[in-house]
Ligand binder design. Structure first.
Ligand SMILES: C[S@@+](CC[C@H](N)C(=O)[O-])C[C@H]1O[C@@H](n2cnc3c(N)ncnc32)[C@H](O)[C@@H]1O
Length: 243
């Protein structure tokens, strides 16, 4: 019987493993993720808490799966909001950095090596699933979305952040960030793998997920900080509900 294509690309995973040692350096190669992390995790925390009938961003006791967690920037922020976080990544060295950092911070996070389809095969369900800056790196987007849908409880929320495929994102996120400003190592992104909100919405529907909310993420103060905006032409966040 033919085996399904794994959702992780070996070349992509190797790229992230190579950055593991500098992942938590706020001015290192992951600086843009550090700077956008407060915005995206607060956006998620508020929506998830509201969906569960809680005030503010209180996630106490909720199980959250962070897929493609890397060294744990979002996992740690969500754990600080009270969530019981499982961090999943195919990059072993990034996970080692995640485990070491969480231990130093006194945070209890269950870090696991693998791909979402591995966990889905175990029949696990979480109150919410997040995959931030991951979907533009996967080998098979429909299979990835199907695995995410299978991992969240019925009626539960999936949160994604990613890059739109527009001329503006080519100029800013690819040429500008990698070649002119050198905010990211060259080759971090393949613009052709970026996904428009319309494509994401249609593919998500086929996986049993419906987009409920979408917002732009825009850099301010020369990229030192990020704000929520209506401009989804480059970076955007999406919340999706499982049918
Ligand atoms: C750009 S990093 C984002 C890290 C983290 N989510 C953040 O935003 O701080 C992408 C991560 O996704 C992981 N990844 C890509 N495809 C994956 C897959 N199919 N399964 C598990 N991890 C994957 C990579 O190893 C890498 O750590």
């Amino acid at each position: 019987m033919p085996q399904p294509t794994p959702t992780a690309r070996a070349d992509e995973i190797a790229k992230f493993d190579a950055l593991a040692a500098r992942w938590w350096d706020p001015s290192g190669p992951m600086a843009p993720l550090h700077r956008m992390n407060p915005l995206r995790t607060e956006w998620i925390g508020r929506r998830l808490a509201a969906a569960e009938g809680r005030p503010g961003a209180n996630l106490a006791g909720l199980s959250v799966l962070d897929i493609g967690c890397g060294a744990g920037l979002a996992s740690e922020a969500l754990a600080r909001m009270g969530a019981q976080v499982t961090g999943l990544d195919a990059a072993a060295a990034a996970l080692e950095a995640a485990r070491a950092h969480a231990a130093a911070e006194g945070l209890s996070i269950d870090y696991r090596e693998g791909m979402p389809e591995d966990l889905a095969a175990e029949g696990r369900h979480f109150d919410a699933v997040v995959a931030l800056e991951v979907i533009e790196h996967v080998a098979d987007r429909p299979a990835f979305l199907a695995a995410l849908a299978g991992l969240v409880k019925p009626g539960g929320l999936v949160f994604l952040s990613t890059l739109n495929r527009t001329p503006r994102s080519f100029l800013l996120a690819k040429v500008g960030a990698e070649y002119i400003l050198r905010l990211l190592p060259r080759g971090t992104h393949d613009w052709k793998m970026f996904v428009t909100p319309a494509e994401l919405g249609a593919e998500a529907r086929r996986a049993g997920l419906r987009v409920t909310d979408i917002a732009g993420m825009s850099p301010v103060q020369g990229g030192r900080d990020w704000r929520e905006s209506r401009d989804v032409s480059v970076n955007y966040l999406a919340a999706l509900r499982r049918d």
